[in-house]
Design a protein. Sequence first.
Length: 666
Amino acid sequence: MEETKMNAQPIDSKIPEGPIAEKWTNYKAHQKLVNPANKRKLDIIVVGTGLAGASAAATLGEMGFNVLNFCIQDSPRRAHSIAAQGGINAAKNYQNDGDSVYRLFYDTVKGGDYRAREANVYRLAEVSNNIIDQCVAQGVPFAREYGGLLANRSFGGAQVSRTFYAKGQTGQQLLLGAYSSLNRMIHAGKVKSYNRYEMHDVVIIDGRARGIIAKNLVTGKLERFAAHAVVIATGGYGNTYFLSTNAMGCNCSAAMACYRHGAYFANPAYVQIHPTCIPVHGDKQSKLTLMSESLRNDGRIWVPKNIEDAKKLQAGQIKGSDIPEEERDYYLERRYPAFGNLVPRDVASRAAKERCDKGYGVNNTGKAVFLDFSEAINRLGIDVIRQRYGNLFDMYEEITDVNPGELANEINGVKYYNPMMIYPAIHYTMGGIWVDYELQTSIKGLFAIGECNFSDHGANRLGASALMQGLADGYFVLPYTIQNYLSDQITVPHFSTDTPEFDAAEKKVQANLDNLMSIKGKRSVDSIHKELGNVMWEYVGMARTKESLETALKKLKELRKEFETNLFIPGTQEGMNIELDKAFRLRDFITMGELIAYDALNRHESCGGHFREEHQTEEGEAKRDDENFFYVACWKYNGDDETAPTLIKEPLHYEAIKVQTRNYKS
Ligand SMILES: Cc1cc2nc3c(=O)[nH]c(=O)nc-3n(C[C@H](O)[C@H](O)[C@H](O)COP(=O)(O)OP(=O)(O)OC[C@H]3O[C@@H](n4cnc5c(N)ncnc54)[C@H](O)[C@@H]3O)c2cc1C
């Protein structure tokens, strides 16, 4: 209780002249750069064509480097980034509502529960505005006001309106922009694009990343690629949980390959559970669908006040629209009056779970709450609401057969529309490959950008900040910082892949594939993956305890044994074999699951998306322990997947922001 009182820090809306701003400015002045004429002597591998990878590959090509760009899809345009619906943040202050670089910086650090690196976040906020200019110049069709100016909406954890969007397809439109730049560079011969290629290993020569081994997913053959530096932009590890909002192809194998070579993996326990997803509706499901956070601008989240009403809803005897206004508990507005429905995701997810655990869930499984547009439709009219969220309403209707824009009931003159049903689901991973301020991993010449690094979101990411980070890394940070590393590499000639290191790496990858094919057990990849997901959700999910995490580690060991002895992969290694590809990724998801559990077990505090039941306030809020856990947890591989990793701590230093307990109440 005492802790929540400490929160009244006023937000300075001016850019501070303090140490962080200076540090970045000075840093720029001392940055080493590669002479333009020398850039063509340097090759860079970029693995990934999501927003981070595509923007980096296009920009590096534009600068004159030779880029080799890989993705597992049949086209860069199909990267997971196209799933992003709601928008991208920037501190433009177009709404004149008091926004600033500092305010975006502050909100992001606070949203991350004070577990992000302060200087990185400042830089992110600083370049956010350039991203919007860059994308507008590419022709990204951001939503505009009637007068032609770019429109904004609000996302969680902010009291200003700073989210730029293109209907509910922001990721797709941004990726089309990046892709058009990428295509220009492919045409110019500066980027070579390798679609349907999967990186299986990174090749390290004399302690530096010098290439990759990739599988051609069409021919099934392994191929070698060499470069002066390798950039990993392969996205997050949310699919460790099997059911998530991530695309089916999202995987953590490239990150795990780097980890096995000694790249630290940072904060794996920080997994984001998004509050507004369509609830699980059966055990045959392989995918969960996000309903964008933007819906919380106008949608109000509620459950019945009365437990009897909840029971009737669960039994299917009444519908949400049968319950009048005065019988509804808008629990986020009640608990967090200052932010209401726009509290950050971790807070909203826990609040939904709390209501459902107490028996107030509104569907047959008791694991759903309502997201209701009645008030907004009555106020603004259905046309305005459809203009804002039309495609999301259609998506919801297609999946559930319920139209949230349809009038369902009228009680005492008040019109009630069908509410959506939502429940939290795994969505984003804040943890990732550890990188320094230059986005370089703990292996020289190996860089990580976008969702696959850990850098900017601390223990919880705010909505619309992933696209911002991916594009900041790809367009503005990496192309600049990588030159610090490359500036003394121009004397290193283009590499041959005919070296003992490439031989050994390819042999190891081949042995792994042979091993997977030789198991010849009885279980499909998906059945084991589903079991992994159940263990993760049950014991390493929204609420964690020492006991649950120890149980998870035990079960994951058993599951690895099951995978190694009872896996069945049909077909052969030649040509395309999707089951083999999935098995390759599943092996890494199991190791990733263990890593998440080890980290969660070590972190005896609750912060952001990591909630240890032992560490909560009387009101059920996350309780941090800054004295003992104010650090980035970096995990170092210990030689084989069976052995527990070693923890290395990177202490956090805050200079511009006062570390305090998060408050979204006042
Ligand atoms: C449903 C949904 C909605 C979202 N909405 C928003 C939003 O509105 N705003 C926001 O800011 N964020 C949003 N996010 C988060 C955001 O979309 C992602 O964090 C972001 O797009 C990640 O981009 P990325 O480039 O890092 O990775 P990805 O887009 O995941 O791309 C990964 C790339 O790596 C490649 N790859 C992976 N493994 C290999 C390998 N082994 N070898 C070769 N290539 C490989 C893939 O082919 C792909 O090209 C949303 C996420 C989801 C799931």
